[in-house]
Design a protein around this ligand. Structure first.
Ligand SMILES: C[S@@+](CC[C@H](N)C(=O)[O-])C[C@H]1O[C@@H](n2cnc3c(N)ncnc32)[C@H](O)[C@@H]1O
Ligand SMILES: O=C(O)C(=O)C[C@]1(C(=O)O)C=C[C@@H](O)C=C1
Length: 259
């Protein structure tokens, strides 16, 4: 198998720079995963989420540890399939297949193209299926790995517990949910510090004050981050037995939840 980080996350994806919020907008519309976002998404997410390439590649490594024969590996809210591609690079377990799910038609269409490109460049990859579906309504097959990389924060808060309960029920013994989220912090000083540092991260990645402010106003109605404590309590309420944070950079974290 290829060594870790040999395949940059962006190797088969668009390199178009994110300038979506660079010009002043009279009214900033709510953020949506539409064609415009799809075109710039690899650049946008890498410049917006501290640690994103490390998280994605290591979800592949974690998936290989938890994968069980003849089960599904889900990538829920797959966008362009970065996590799906990482799981396919790392998992060799017999009879596994990856199912990538997203409810944005534009994302699903481009994701399928990128996965075809991945197939043409590598051999022995797990079979993959891309579904356009709402993950809150989708019945899940028995799964050993379910990844939600920055997706739960876009689900309406009252629907989150039921979705996590369904995920818990689908997981086979020895499997895991890998949940990455932007965090809010209950301590106001901690929240303010990590928010400022996240803005500094965006600035260091070339975003202007205007881009940062307009993006913040675009996402504030559609993305509702929870605290680590809320995640832990809700995961336990959904039937998970153990919650283990494995990554945090500034206000972005990833957790392993065990059934
Ligand atoms: C921040 S992106 C995820 C990034 C991606 N997992 C990655 O690692 O590159 C969130 C994704 O969740 C999808 N999404 C939001 N709500 C959804 C739902 N109810 N069902 C399916 N997908 C959803 C969006 O369309 C978007 O593509
Ligand atoms: O907090 C932000 O500014 C973000 O851009 C975060 C975030 C995310 O966490 O998913 C929000 C929307 C985009 O999809 C990319 C990144």
């Amino acid at each position: 198998m290829s060594p870790l980080f040999d395949h940059p996350v962006t190797c088969t994806v668009s390199k178009e720079p994110d300038r979506l919020f660079a010009q002043p907008l009279d009214q900033v519309p709510d953020f949506a995963f539409n064609e415009d976002v799809v075109r710039v998404f690899p650049d946008m997410i890498k410049r917006s989420v501290p640690g994103y390439p490390t998280i994605v590649e290591n979800i592949g490594v974690l998936a290989a540890q938890f994968a069980k024969p003849d089960t599904v590996l889900y990538d829920l809210g797959s966008s362009l399939g970065a996590v799906t591609q990482a799981m396919r690079r790392h998992v060799r377990t017999d009879g596994c297949r990856v199912v990538a799910v997203d409810n944005s038609a534009a994302m699903v269409e481009r994701c399928a193209e990128y996965l075809k490109a991945q197939d043409s460049m590598h051999q022995e990859l797990l079979p993959v299926q891309v579904l356009e579906a709402d993950i809150t309504a989708l019945p899940l097959q028995p799964a050993s790995v379910i990844a939600m990389n920055f997706t739960l924060q876009f689900i309406e808060p009252p629907a989150r517990l039921e979705l996590l309960g369904k995920i818990r029920q689908a997981l086979v013994p020895g499997g895991a949910l890998i949940l990455s989220e932007k965090l809010r912090f209950e301590d106001m000083q901690e929240h303010a510090l990590l928010t400022d540092l996240h803005i500094a991260f965006k600035r260091a990645n070339g975003y202007s004050e205007l881009e940062i402010a307009q993006k913040r106003s675009a996402i504030e109605n559609v993305m509702k981050p929870d605290s680590l404590e809320e995640h832990r309590e809700r995961l336990l309420a959904a039937g998970f037995s153990k919650v283990v944070p494995w990554f945090q950079c500034l206000n972005f974290a990833s957790l392993i939840a065990l059934p």
